[in-house]
Design a binder for this molecule. Structure first.
Ligand code: H2U
Ligand code: ZN
Length: 361
């Protein structure tokens, strides 16, 4: 009885279980918390896959600005390329050297601006309009890796370039303007914010433990064997413990390496192999060409040492439960912090359970 004369029921405390109860997880790379609400995803999965009509694309589209032999904006004509093809973006977000250096500050530093130089390139992965990386052979993905390495080498050695960001924006849902398999490279004078954060967090870890953070993390994950998707001699793919996007993944090398140009030919083969395994599972998940933003994080190209920095590849796919239901980072996520329902562990289990053969073959 309490002092108002009514019965007090003491609820037994629920034993905390990460697979059932709301909790926060720490992202040691970006140094941010994320909220996980697994109880919302406990409703049974009916496995219903909304089958979308696969969009049959021609091998060559006369209207595509990336297909061989076609016109691009500004009148340039693409060569009849047979493998990969790289060109300077006709609508580059950055302009190269030649502009005067400029930085200004006012209002006690609250208002700041700084001129930014850089180069933007487009990388066509294949002359075939109807393919994606997921449907390309391992050897062809390996050729794309070689192009990325050559581009890194070329851009990183330019005096005004300090960081090279290689990425792919895939699918209409991600705002990609063209289904022709392609990615982009932005080489910048400044170190972009996401990379700067990851340099800082990995640097602090290295200072404390004298080992690369992502290598220690990978060794721990390999022992746990819960979020690991696949591994080969040199690389592993996993759903990071702190993933925000439902099927977010990370490809990690199993040895210390800070830039892709330092990968040996065998290591590059292994990377192509693991990337292909992952991309096939992604497409098989909802039997569609799976949209995502993917990118490489490498050491800055400013000639400085960044102890503990480990090269890695992020995949951020927006899809949640089906081919058409996407996750938005809105509301609480814009004003509070990111949140997810299905846990990283169950996402990994789903991805692992998918066949290794592409659904279209
Ligand atoms: P997406 O990967 O977001 O679809 O972008 C394709 C890029 O291709 C985009 O950055 C460039 C756009 O500026 N582009 C050209 O360089 N030339 C063209 O003729 C059209 C598009
Ligand atoms: Zn095309």
């Amino acid at each position: 009885m309490n002092r108002f004369g009514s019965m007090v029921y003491i609820q037994p405390m629920n034993q905390f279980d990460v697979s059932k109860h709301p909790h926060r997880r720490w992202n040691p790379l970006s140094e941010e918390w994320i909220l996980v609400s697994p109880h919302r995803a406990l409703r049974p999965w009916k496995g219903s896959v909304e089958r979308t009509v696969p969009s049959e694309r021609p091998r060559h589209d006369p209207k595509c600005y990336l297909c061989p032999g076609n016109n691009r904006a500004g009148g340039v004509v693409n060569p009849y390329y047979e493998g990969t093809y790289v060109f300077d973006n006709d609508f580059s977000a950055l302009l190269p050297d030649g502009l005067e250096e400029n930085a200004a500050e006012s209002c006690c530093g609250l208002v700041r601006e700084k001129a930014e130089r850089g180069l933007c390139r487009v990388v066509c992965f294949s002359p075939r309009h109807d393919l994606t990386l997921a449907e390309m052979s391992e050897a062809d993905i390996r050729r794309v890796i070689n192009v990325w390495c050559d581009q890194y080498e070329d851009l990183a050695t330019r005096p005004f370039i300090n960081a090279v960001t290689i990425f792919e924006n895939k699918g209409e849902m991600m705002g990609c303007s063209n289904p022709h398999p392609h990615g982009q490279i932005w080489a910048t004078e400044s170190i972009p914010m996401q990379l700067a954060r990851e340099i800082c967090s990995q640097g602090k870890y290295f200072e404390q433990y004298a080992r690369p953070m992502l290598l220690d993390y990978l060794h721990w994950e390999l022992k746990q064997d819960v979020r690991i998707l696949f591994r080969n001699d040199h690389f592993a793919a996993l759903v990071p413990h702190w993933a925000i996007w439902p099927f977010e993944t990370l490809i990690l090398p199993m040895f210390p390496v800070s830039r892709i140009t330092d990968l040996s030919p065998e290591q590059r083969n292994s990377w192509a192999n693991i990337m292909r395994q992952l991309l096939i599972r992604y497409d098989n998940l909802f039997e569609i060409s799976f949209p995502y933003s993917m990118g490489l994080h490498q050491i800055p190209a400013d000639g400085q040492e960044y102890d503990g920095f480990q090269f890695h590849q992020h995949f951020y796919p927006p899809l949640l439960r089906s081919a058409s239901i996407r996750k938005f980072l809105v509301g609480y996520e814009m004003l509070g912090e990111p949140q997810r329902d299905i846990t990283a562990e169950s996402a990994a289990e789903r991805l692992r359970s998918l066949p290794g053969k592409h659904y279209r073959t």
